[in-house]
Design a protein around this ligand. Structure first.
Ligand SMILES: NC(=O)c1ccc[n+]([C@@H]2O[C@H](COP(=O)([O-])OP(=O)(O)OC[C@H]3O[C@@H](n4cnc5c(N)ncnc54)[C@H](OP(=O)(O)O)[C@@H]3O)[C@@H](O)[C@H]2O)c1
Length: 382
């Protein structure tokens, strides 16, 4: 394992961090973690040097924190820094801060959290938390020893990111969505550099854009570019190396869902380094980025923040099918999947346009409009 600086802390973080949002599940139900397998995966990663584990209140239908707490028994807690997140959208009044933190400590069954993040900040959640004096509250909790460092994760545009970073001198870390497709999206490279310049560690999430950049083989237009690459790397390895290449990045979270992915990503992390990619390599990744642009029309990363839909629409699934069909130009398969893999009750035409999903979507996707379009295209007569 390679280790990297973590902002201004006197501690080195493993290049690879374990994200626990996409663990293997049973019966295709994200609330039913395949615990024996997921336990083996996370503990194996820790045995191989991963020293950072990331969870959050809502992951796996609120089962992730409880499960991570069990994984970190038997001496594993001492081997890692543990990060979890205040579900900022559930905070309505000051008393919610304590209530949620206490609940999370209970779920995790720990006395202290290392990195406590304000989860998924955007202009709205940020304004609300500031109004409730989140910093005053957080500083008291740090003195009480309930968590060690205040941090935030982010899903909004760069100007909001800048104002959050500059609003507080004691942020330890920012967690941002960052990969070669999102270089100029949300906080983007500009935000990465700003945060690092101010001494913050930067934790990268969605390095594979939720797995979309790992497709192997990639769509033909993309594959043709990779084929000209210098190394025999998988598309996932290329995507990781692109992130690790940058000095401002502290650790890269991967939401691994199989043991094989854990093995591969450990190996890739071991070969990682700042400045590992040549100018030629970087130009190749730029070409891949261009090849991808336009192929996937809906920027959904399958994070499932839009769920549950009050009317039962399987929003991420509908979008995955539509994007997949568009990227591979396989609308025949897309129509088959839409008809056979999504129940009538969960299809896009059940949307009543209440807009709850749009308010929750970290990508700010115009979900309602895309549901109409997806349904139209995916039900066209063959
Ligand atoms: N704070 C926030 O707002 C927020 C938002 C999103 C994520 N996060 C955190 O950040 C973590 C990382 O984000 P992410 O899970 O979206 O990361 P990601 O690496 O972009 O996507 C993970 C997916 O990539 C695929 N994958 C991983 N390694 C692979 C490999 N070697 N080969 C092929 N495919 C591979 C798997 O997809 P398949 O399962 O399809 O195989 C996996 O589920 C999350 O787990 C979570 O802890 C936080």
């Amino acid at each position: 394992m390679k280790y990297r600086r973590f902002g201004s802390l006197d501690w080195k973080v493993s290049a690879l961090g374990f994200g626990t949002m996409r663990l293997p599940v049973l019966d295709n139900n994200s609330g039913k973690i395949n615990e024996p397998l997921a336990m083996e995966m996370i503990r194996h990663a820790i045995d191989e040097g991963v020293n950072y584990v990331d969870t959050a209140y809502p992951y796996h239908q609120e089962q992730s924190e409880r499960f991570v707490g069990r994984v970190l028994k038997d001496g594993y807690r001492e081997k890692v820094k543990l990060a979890t997140k205040l579900p900022s959208w559930l905070v309505k009044e000051e008393a919610d801060f304590d209530r949620l933190l206490e609940e999370q400590l209970r779920r995790l069954d720990v006395n202290q959290i290392d990195f406590y993040l304000l989860h998924s900040l955007n202009a709205k959640t940020w304004a609300n938390l500031q109004g409730l004096d989140v910093f005053g509250w957080a500083e008291k909790k740090m003195v009480e020893g309930l968590f060690s460092h205040l941090c935030f994760s982010f899903h909004d545009g760069y100007p909001v990111f800048e104002s959050i970073v500059k609003a507080y001198d004691n942020w330890t870390m920012a967690q941002i969505q960052y990969n070669y497709m999102d270089k100029d999206y949300q906080a983007g490279q500009k935000g990465l550099r700003l945060a690092a310049d101010r001494g913050l560690a930067v934790v990268v999430m969605e390095p594979l854009r939720g797995g979309r950049l790992a497709k192997n083989p990639a769509p033909p237009q993309v594959e043709a570019v990779w084929a000209r690459g210098e190394y025999d790397w998988t598309p996932a390895a290329w995507a990781f190396h692109w992130v690790w290449n940058q000095p401002e990045v502290s650790t890269v979270l991967s939401g691994m869902s199989t043991l094989q992915q854990v093995e591969e990503n450990l190996e890739t992390a071991s070969a990682s380094g700042i400045g590992r990619l040549t100018e030629q390599d970087l130009a190749l990744v730029e070409e891949v980025r261009s090849a991808y642009e336009g192929l996937a029309p809906i920027p959904c990363t399958q994070c499932e923040y839009c769920l549950p839909c009050p009317n039962g629409v399987s929003i991420p699934r509908v979008f995955a099918i539509y994007n997949e069909a568009s990227m591979y130009e396989e609308f025949h398969n897309g129509r088959w999947a839409y008809t056979n893999q999504i129940s009538i009750e969960a299809r896009a035409d059940n949307c009543i346009e209440c807009g709850e999903c749009e308010a929750a979507c970290p990508q700010n996707i115009e979900i309602i409009e895309w549901l109409v379009k997806s349904h139209e295209i995916l039900t066209e007569p063959q």
